[in-house]
Design a protein around this ligand. Sequence first.
Ligand code: UGA
Length: 444
Amino acid sequence: MKVAIIGTGYVGLPTGVGLAELGHQVVCIDRDVSKISTLQEGKVTLYEEGLSELLKKNFAAGNITFTTSMADGVVGAQLVVIAVGTPPHPVTHEADMRYVYEAATEMAQYLQQNSYTVVANKSTVPVGTGDNVESLIAKNVAQEKFDVISLPEFLREGYAVHDFFHPDRIVVGANTEAAKKVVYELYQPLLKLNPQCKLLQVSRRSSETIKYASNSFLATKIHFINEMANFCEKTGANIYEVAAGMGLDRRIGPSFLSPGPGFGGSCFPKDTMALDFMARQNNLDMTLVQATINGNNQRIKDMATRILTALDRAEEHPVVGVLGLAFKNGTDDCRVSPAMQILQEVLHSNSKLTVRVFDPQAMDNAKLLLESYATRVTYCHSAEEVCQGADVLAVLTEWPQFRDLDMKSAAELMRQRHIVDCRNMLNADTARALGFTYRGIGIA
Ligand code: UGA
């Protein structure tokens, strides 16, 4: 099947490469000229484990191509996937639909008038967007020549390649049989590989809602376990034992019960706020979603306070060492990263405070976001270098290699021995034996 994908971000690119690997002929379209020229050299524009190799393989085989031209990509495609961003409005937090509607309007000029095309929305979009996209396309194309469906994405950043090939479910929001048939053909090779994967067919509006409901539920689960972590710290229980005990109940399940500094990334914060916005538009008060949003914002502030509290107040020029800047491990993405938000809170609190930072993948993206603090940030090349002269070491992203930090040399390199471990990566007993004060999450 010839598939056109509009948008080569964290959703569009892994999806395009995955579909090419399944045997489809994929054209990825993006307005960003520099991104497309990098991709045209067979090189990835973002970090995702396994993506570079898979892209090179399919690019060399001619299964995937890249273009800035909507016409080149869309003409002759049986399926056009919209995978552009829907960033939150800075004030209202509603999803900004500009890019989706621009893509729909532009693509409509090139859809075949003499054959049938399915337009699939993979961007996370407010409920009812499918209707609007359909109206925009119908201005140029006869109604019986196209269908607009909702095909929500459930890939996690950092695991996008793995998740693409091992989905739990594929949700299709389609109102016609013809559209369902195209999607079934698209995913047929994947369904063969994953007999346990269910292809769930629902109405377009239900499908759009499933995406918001899933992300908001997972965010709520994380917020809940974080509140339980606070509770455990006060009561002397251990959050891992509590989560293990809860997770064994099949109705609860063990995943998304890892406590941390709060959820972040480009999806959960945005989608919970957008759901709340849509609810209020419909005169509904979604109190649980609101509590999750507010509680998570407060948690970021609380984590910054933990770091500031650990510092010796007498120190005039405090130095904070930071391990991890990405919003989670396995990605270079710093958008709405709790690590970055905590770091910015800490920098904002005291103009004499400086930080030393390291992340295995996210240094370039972090630099762009920290430009206004440039003179107060030292970019290090290793976790050990971060420790040099630091008063407190804060672990903010759960990169597995941070577990290997040589605590003895960290103790020698640091000016003072304090650890605030927001990901429970370091060994508390070892740290304390070396004279550190150690504060973890949900453990005494
Ligand atoms: C999330 C969803 O998991 C995907 O299914 C969805 O496709 C994606 O959003 C999207 O809408 O595009 P992602 O944002 O990549 O994926 O990241 P997650 O792995 O879900 O983590 C989100 C945040 O929650 C991170 O800050 C992470 O550190 C935090 N988290 C996650 C926890 O604090 N504890 C956990 O147990 C799990």
